[in-house]
Design a protein around this ligand. Structure first.
Ligand SMILES: Nc1ncnc2c1ncn2[C@@H]1O[C@H](COP(=O)(O)OP(=O)(O)OP(=O)(O)O)[C@@H](O)[C@H]1O
Length: 821
């Protein structure tokens, strides 16, 4: 596993762009590129590191040397390789891939390097094929053969993804390839936009297929085949900036879409293997063709180009983010070897050598061209052959599928026919037999071909049956009759055939003979019996199976019923508990009501004791009384709401507020009452002349006050307890409600399952019933068959005796009247 090599290249500023004051700019330090504001202040969030970063002074030579060279050399060794340029429009992709006269780009340098490398490897022989294609508006066009337009992508088990019908030229040197590239460039789609006067409007893929094998005889026949893709992508563009309209706009849309899909693929691949579910290679032709290069079997490098101008900063940032994600992709490149004698290389090299030998000396160059041409043709045929083979294979698979399907259908129809016609046949037979028995002149007509009381005539069965059982169709239309005594089975044989069934011969009627025709005696009856017997056995086993199934279903059903009952019990227990819990608020409400009554009594007593109704103490007391009463009422209403199934929490705050106010007011009242009492005490001390009655009253008041205090404290405690209890009961009520809901759902699903099981059990029972009826009918049929066979046997026997009788009579006559002879 190795990571994709990612580099960034900054192109020099366009000559027409003016240096912008206070502008931001990109700075390259080693393999890091950062965005700086003026006065050398880096923007911390915009700093990126890559395998290589090339500044504006870099040359294509240095880019090739550092980034691509290794991949090209590896391709010669048998590894797949891909190099592609990505970036916004006018950022220098084509300049990097194609280059100029003085500084050729990666493609030209790669081509030359491949051949230089090949020449250095003396122990292997090479065959190189090249193709050049573009993806324009999501259509693949051949740049080496203009007539090859809108080519399709195919997938082959051995070849992988390939473009069908793409011209592949076999080449022998670099110059030949460069000429082909030049001719291809002419066909490429370029266009003028606001951003670039010579803007690539398509993605181009220049492809070299490098095949090689060892020269030595002793070396293995392994052939290495590697594919090298050199890709110049069209640039992403903002429609507003490029000023595109009409054709350019359409092109721009396609370009942006396919680049977006490439971005998606890169995004997915950059996620950890656990996260990525599906890589959308198939969403665009570009990603499909580049699939091996992206996370597959290839060594890949990406050069991301950016424009240095300030107004391109956003696009440049986008490109750098794309590059950062691409850096996380890992590929798994390995040498591609084909171990086969029938390798294309071997054959073609041999043929080329042969031709060379033949044409030595004369018109060498012209003939060489001819050889190349022939080789190309051969390759074409080979490719065509492969395509046809794969097509044929597909067709074959389809045909097989269809045949299988038809066979299955036929089998089904046959089974159905058998089932239906067997039933018909048996019904007919038994009906025939019964009607014959019922006929008073059961002897029938000698010429009647209906074969009454004879061996069952299979031709009388329905046509479908005859078709289904073709072996019976060879039988004659008539009951078997002997024409010579030698063909007649003896009694033992008949007995054996009828499985020991012995009939009283005297009771059997004489069966009129029908047309005589000799056939093997045992054929129809035994075949029929065997068939019936087999079918009965089959049905029995089917019944057994179904019975077993039914039993297991019954067991399951019983289990489910038990479970259901258990759940019902649990539910009723829970319901009881819920009822119990629901009663708590009621009890609390009752308690509050009692408290209320007591409180009212106390207040009444206090009022009666109060000498001055308008005193501040009295006013305070009345005010507190009101609050306390309303508090108690609120409490009561809370409980009644809970009892009615509503949420009580909504009035919680008023309650506690009131409680607080009541506490404060009661405290104040108590203190004022205490101070009042103290004042009264003082007055009492000062006025000795006050009567005993007043003293007693005061005493009473004091004791009443202390009672009120105690009562107040008690009430406070009780209320606190009640509050806690209420909270707990509300929680448990909610929990129980949830549990009840869950149980209800479970019960419903169980009910549904039980219902389904019942339906299945009913169906099975019906099938079983039908089968039982069928078995019964078959048994009856067997019995009837036996009877018929036996009747036939006895008929034969009586015929024999009749014949013997006639013979002996004739002999007698002959002896009595020899002259008549
Ligand atoms: N490194 C460089 N040195 C010198 N000139 C460059 C460099 N990179 C790009 N240029 C020039 O910038 C212009 C635009 O470059 P180029 O056509 O390669 O961009 P592009 O990314 O291929 O654009 P598009 O996507 O529109 O095809 C060209 O005139 C090219 O010569």
């Amino acid at each position: 596993m190795e990571k994709i090599c990612v580099a960034v290249r900054v192109r020099p500023p366009a000559p027409e762009s003016s240096p912008e004051n206070g502008s931001t700019l990109w700075k390259v330090e080693d393999n890091r590129i950062s965005l700086y504001k003026s006065l050398d202040t880096p923007i911390s969030t915009a700093s990126y590191a890559f395998d290589h970063v090339f500044d504006e002074r870099s040359t294509n030579a240095s880019v090739y040397e550092l980034l691509t060279k290794d991949i090209i050399h590896a391709a010669v060794e048998g590894f797949n390789g891909t190099a592609f340029a990505y970036g916004q429009t006018s950022s220098g992709k084509t300049f990097t891939m194609t280059g100029s006269e003085s500084d050729p780009g990666i493609i030209r340098r790669s081509v030359r390097d491949v051949f230089d490398r090949i020449h250095l490897i003396s122990d292997r022989e090479f065959l190189i094929r090249v193709s050049y294609m573009e993806i324009y508006n999501e259509e693949i066009n051949d740049l080496l053969a203009v007539e090859n337009q809108r080519l399709q992508i195919h997938e082959h088990l051995e070849r992988g993804v390939f473009v069908a019908g793409l011209k592949e030229e076999i080449v022998s040197d670099a110059e030949q390839i460069l000429k082909l590239i030049d001719s291809g460039e002419v066909n490429r789609h370029f266009g003028e936009t606001n951003m670039n006067v010579h803007s690539s409007r398509s993605h181009t893929i220049f492809r070299m297929v490098i095949e090689s094998r060892g020269k030595e005889n002793g070396s293995s026949d392994a052939i290495r085949v590697s594919v090298l893709n050199l890709v110049d992508l069209a640039g992403s563009e903002r429609i507003a900036k490029t000023g595109a309209g009409g054709v350019r706009l359409t092109e721009g849309k396609y370009i942006n879409k396919s680049l977006m899909i490439l971005g998606n693929v890169i995004n997915k691949l950059s996620e950890s293997a656990k996260l990525r579910a599906h890589i959308p290679y198939r969403d665009s032709k570009l990603t499909r063709i580049l699939q091996p290069a992206l996370g597959g079997n290839a060594k890949t490098c990406i050069i991301c180009t950016i424009a240095p101008e300030e107004h391109h900063i956003e696009e440049s940032k986008g490109t750098l983010q794309f590059a950062s994600r691409a850096k996380r992709i890992t590929n798994c490149a390995q040498v591609n070897e084909i171990l086969t004698d029938a390798a294309l290389l071997k054959r073609q090299k041999l043929e080329i050598e042969e031709l060379r030998m033949k044409l030595q000396g004369s018109h060498a160059e012209v003939l060489e061209q001819e050889i190349l041409k022939l080789s190309n043709q051969m390759l074409k045929y080979e490719l065509e052959c492969e395509r046809l083979k794969s097509q044929l294979e597909e067709e074959r698979m389809k045909q097989k599928e269809q045949e299988k399907c038809i066979k299955e259908q036929q089998l089904k129809i046959e089974n159905l026919n058998n089932f239906v016609t067997n039933s018909d046949f048996k019904r007919n037979q038994s009906e025939d037999f019964i009607s014959l028995r019922k006929t008073p002149d059961g002897l029938g007509n000698v010429n009647d071909s209906s074969d009454v009381l004879g061996t069952p005539c299979f031709k009388s069965a329905s046509h479908s049956f005859v078709v289904a059982r073709s072996n019976y169709s060879a039988l004659s239309d008539f009951s078997p009759m002997v024409d010579s005594l030698g063909d007649v089975a003896d009694e033992d044989t008949w007995t054996k055939l009828n499985k020991g069934f012995v009939a009283d011969l005297d009771k059997l009627q004489f069966t009129p003979a029908v047309k005589s025709q000799p056939i093997p005696l045992t054929m129809a009856t035994t075949e029929c019996k065997r068939e019936n017997h087999k079918e009965v056995e089959d049905l029995k086993s089917q019944i057994d199976l179904l019975t077993n199934e039914k039993n297991s279903l019954q067991v399951k059903f019983n289990e489910q019923v038990l479970l259901n009952n258990k759940l019902m019990e649990e539910m009723s227990e829970l319901k009881q508990e819920t009822l119990h819990i629901k009663e708590i608020p009621k009890r609390l409400s009752e308690l509050v009501a009692i408290c209320n009554d007591i409180y009212k009594d106390v207040i009444v007593t206090m009022k009666s004791l109060m000498a001055e109704k308008d005193s501040p103490t009295a006013k305070l007391l009345f005010g507190t009384t009101e609050i306390a009463t309303s508090l108690l009422l609120t409490l009561e209403s809370q409980f009644s709401m809970i009892m009615d199934g509503q949420k009580a929490g909504c009035v919680e705050h008023p309650l506690s507020d009131q409680w607080e106010t009541l506490s404060v007011k009661l405290k104040n009242t108590t203190t004022s009452l205490v101070s009042d009492a103290q004042a009264k005490d003082e007055i009492l001390l000062n006025c000795h002349n006050k009567g005993q009655e007043t003293a007693a009253l005061e005493e009473k008041l004091k004791s009443e006050l202390s009672i009120i205090k105690e009562r107040y404290n008690e009430l406070e405690k009780e209320l606190r307890l009640d509050k806690q209890l209420l909270e707990a009961s509300r929680e448990s009520h909610e929990r129980l409600e949830k549990e009840v809901q869950f149980l209800k759902e479970e019960r419903d699903s169980l009910d549904a399952a039980t219902q389904r099981l019942r339906v299945i059990a009913n169906d099975k029972e019906n099938v079983l019933k039908d089968l039982n009826v069928e078995v019964k009918r078959r048994k009856e049929m067997e019995e009837e068959n036996k009877k018929i066979s036996f009747a036939y046997a006895s008929r034969q026997k009586s015929l024999m005796s009749f014949r013997n009788e006639i013979k002996s009579k004739m002999q007698k006559l002959t002896t009595q009247n020899p002259k008549s002879q």
